[in-house]
Design a protein around this ligand. Structure first.
Ligand SMILES: Cc1cc2nc3c(=O)[nH]c(=O)nc-3n(C[C@H](O)[C@H](O)[C@H](O)COP(=O)(O)OP(=O)(O)OC[C@H]3O[C@@H](n4cnc5c(N)ncnc54)[C@H](O)[C@@H]3O)c2cc1C
Length: 290
């Protein structure tokens, strides 16, 4: 079997349609496997044929280059089966965080409310150890089933090496297949209320009306990069169609016609200015795929 025989394989797919920043060229190959078995088979085939692959969730933390991706993009969105057992949610990696939270509200299960409004998948959130309002994925993950490039493993939270926006999956390039979340039984209205409170906080502080990738830079010694950028009056700074949001300085927005290069250049100029004026080296949270 060759790569071209993969079921439902698409060719020359614009990645701008699969990332929240809405930039990037075409993926040479693109596939959305419908089962974990199918996903593993595709990866093994890529390994055998030495074809470059990239696992994509909802594309809310990645920016592809304008040239596109010369390999196969494996998008997890169709791997979205969920099961609730003893206050634990077991979900496949492509489960959307919005859908997941709606399910938890309906069952009165608390613990994931901090992710309400994060436009990602559970696989991307676990890989990134996504966090907000004092909580991180490491606080709710019980265990994870993953593929290490050779075989499938299941590991408990304590072995997953979670730290600020990092995990064993990111460090070792492992693929998150299934996540077990430990939750607490609560009143449905209380879970819903906390989700809505968190969403409102996002709605007033984040530029919802423009395409973006969330926070561009990581915190520096606990200080938000947005605060540093704000102090340097970088809000509104622009390269082509990319602009530092006037609402939140750590967000770059696509004013409609931005290219990936515009964003990269703006990021470089910001880093340079912060280094020169404050002596601080900013590090990207968002992932650029060359
Ligand atoms: C408006 C907005 C608000 C945001 N708010 C927050 C926030 O409050 N806190 C926060 O931490 N982040 C936030 N983000 C960033 C982003 O949403 C999170 O990092 C999210 O968890 C990424 O999930 P994703 O499915 O979109 O991942 P993607 O962007 O698709 O991928 C991100 C990385 O994860 C890898 N990946 C994805 N799925 C898997 C998998 N199954 N196995 C292995 N690797 C995988 C990809 O290869 C890539 O390297 C925000 C983004 C936006 C646009």
């Amino acid at each position: 079997m060759g790569i071209i025989d993969i079921k439902n394989l698409k060719i020359n797919v614009p990645l701008s349609k699969f990332t929240t920043m809405r930039v990037g060229g075409n993926a040479h190959f693109f596939v959305e496997p419908k089962s974990i078995n199918e996903l593993i088979k595709i990866i093994k085939l890529c390994q055998k044929q030495k074809i470059k692959y990239f696992i994509l969730g909802n594309g809310s933390n990645v920016i592809f280059s304008d040239i596109g991706y010369n390999g196969i993009i494996i998008c997890t969105k169709k791997l979205n089966k969920t099961k609730i057992k003893n206050n634990c949610l077991i979900c496949e990696c492509g489960t959307n965080l919005y859908v997941l939270n709606k399910l938890l509200i309906n069952h009165g299960l608390s613990g994931m409310e901090f992710t309400y409004g994060i436009p990602g998948t559970i696989g991307g959130a676990t890989f990134m150890n996504a966090g907000a309002y004092g909580f991180e994925m490491k606080d709710v993950v019980r265990k994870v089933m993953f593929f290490n490039g050779k075989k499938i493993n299941i590991s408990k939270n304590k072995n997953l090496d979670f730290s600020y926006r990092n995990s064993i999956f990111k460090k070792s390039n492992f693929i998150v297949l299934k996540v077990w979340l430990k939750l607490k039984k609560k009143n449905i209205l209380d879970v819903q209320d906390l989700c809505m409170q968190n969403l409102k906080k996002r709605q007033v502080s984040q530029p919802f009306e423009f395409a973006n990738s969330g926070s561009i830079f990581k915190k520096v010694n606990g200080i938000s990069a947005g605060k540093i950028l704000d102090e340097l009056n970088l809000k509104g700074k622009r390269v082509g169609g990319a602009e530092v949001s006037n609402l939140h300085a750590n967000f770059i927005i696509n004013k409609g016609n931005a290219t990936s290069n515009d964003i990269k250049q703006l990021v470089q100029e910001i880093k340079q200015e912060v280094k020169t004026k404050k002596g601080i080296t900013l590090e990207e949270e968002v992932i650029f795929i060359p």
